[in-house]
Design a protein around this ligand. Structure first.
Ligand SMILES: [Zn+2]
Length: 391
């Protein structure tokens, strides 16, 4: 190992530090630094030192991740005394990129930022991480949608841009924990469960933008989960995916069900739908699963949005039963995808007592997205017309 600083740390002097499964590389380096009683900056300096110069680009934030080249990875492996293949298996971003340095050859690190940099992540469950590592140092992990809940310790593992994430106690929301169990079962039983979840997430995201006065569960859940010191407005923006999760799973279960797909096709009676009210049985089932009788009435007049697009695509699978039509059933149009929280929160600005950033004026849909949405709606109307004329 070269570099002046690394030998002074002493290779593996703090004992073996193992990565958590699915951990962010920078989270692992944070824990490694803590074990050596170093700051993360000192550790990064040691890992990327080239003859006294630091081969490190990017800025360090609470939501940063790091890409290391092979030489920097070797230094880390020596320091933590874990075999490189074990690190590669545990850390999803470990060999994802080979960054180039400012100072020629040698170890290199490149910092990136946010959820978009590699994949969705959140804080590791603090109780699970403590049990696994024997320490209280917080950690961050890449999370699949069904991993947002630690059912055992009753935490929602919330991603908040600009922070290292917030574990939210779920003691007052047993329905969220129960939804996660249904989520796992759905993925196990249905080959389209993961896709149905994405469509359902778009549906609840769409509703989240303006829910009707009849909605009582979401405001209650917002209050029941709000972190100590969290400002109500900031919390409402940050907690969207947590608050809507039980409803997202309930909708995903209906959409993934072959019975309800058949029922939707049967209700359309060979015509592409003009509004959701043409599928009363589907709406009643959704209202029943969501435990909100008023939902059916509200949905009946809907002629756009992700649920309407799904119903439309579902009927088309019958009219054009090719694999492309089946594929279209699970497509979420870009304008219907829930927007990233970093669009809503000002990560550079002030924080409240819970560490949440302030909401920022929401940028309107960019011109091309707006245009794309209009074109998409027009395309649906055109398909309906074509079908009426030509069958
Ligand atoms: Zn846990």
């Amino acid at each position: 190992m070269s570099g002046a600083v690394v030998p002074t740390i002493g290779c593996g002097a703090a004992g073996r530090v193992a990565p958590l499964q699915g951990e962010l590389t920078l989270s692992f380096l944070n824990r490694l630094a803590a074990r050596y009683h170093l700051t993360i900056r000192d550790l990064l300096a040691a890992v990327t030192d080239v003859g006294g110069l630091q081969n490190l680009t990017g800025m360090l934030y609470p939501d940063s991740e790091i890409h290391l080249n092979a030489q920097a990875r070797n230094r880390v492996a020596t320091l933590c005394r874990v075999a490189p293949h074990v690190l590669e298996r545990a850390l999803p971003a470990w060999t994802r990129e080979e960054p180039c340095g400012k100072y020629g050859d040698g170890p290199v690190g490149r910092l990136t930022r946010g959820e978009e940099a590699v994949a969705a992540w959140g804080p590791a469950c603090p109780a699970c991480a403590a049990a696994r590592t024997g320490r209280r140092t917080p950690a961050r992990r890449y999370l699949a949608p069904e991993e947002r809940v630690c059912a055992r310790h009753q935490f929602w593992l919330l991603y908040v841009p600009g922070t290292s994430g917030l574990p939210v106690p779920l003691g007052r929301c047993p329905e969220v924990i129960e939804a996660q169990q249904r989520h796992v079962r759905l993925l196990r039983r249905s080959p389209t469960g993961a896709q149905a979840f994405e469509v359902a997430r778009a549906v609840t995201g769409f509703w989240w933008e303006s829910w009707p006065d009849e909605e009582e569960l979401w405001p209650d859940r917002l209050e029941a989960t709000r972190a100590d010191g969290a400002d109500a407005n900031r919390w409402k923006v940050s907690a969207r995916d947590l608050i809507t999760y039980p409803e997202t799973i309930a909708i995903a279960q209906v959409l993934a069900s072959p019975h309800w797909q058949q029922q939707t096709i049967a209700e359309a009676r060979g015509h592409l739908p003009y509004r959701l009210g043409e599928m009363p049985a589907l709406l009643d089932e959704l209202a029943r699963q969501l435990q909100r009788p008023w939902v059916a009435r509200h949905l009946a007049t809907v002629t756009r949005g992700p649920l309407f697009v799904w119903a439309h695509a579902c009927v088309r699978t019958r009219l054009a039963p090719r694999s492309t039509a089946r594929h279209a059933l699970w497509q979420v149009h870009s304008s219907h995808r829930p927007r990233s929280l970093s669009d809503f929160l000002d990560v550079q600005g002030s924080r409240d007592e819970a560490g949440l950033p302030a909401p920022q004026p929401v940028k309107r849909l960019r011109g091309n997205s707006l245009q794309a949405e209009r074109a998409f709606d027009k395309g649906l109307a055109h398909a309906r017309l074509y079908h009426q004329q030509h069958g």
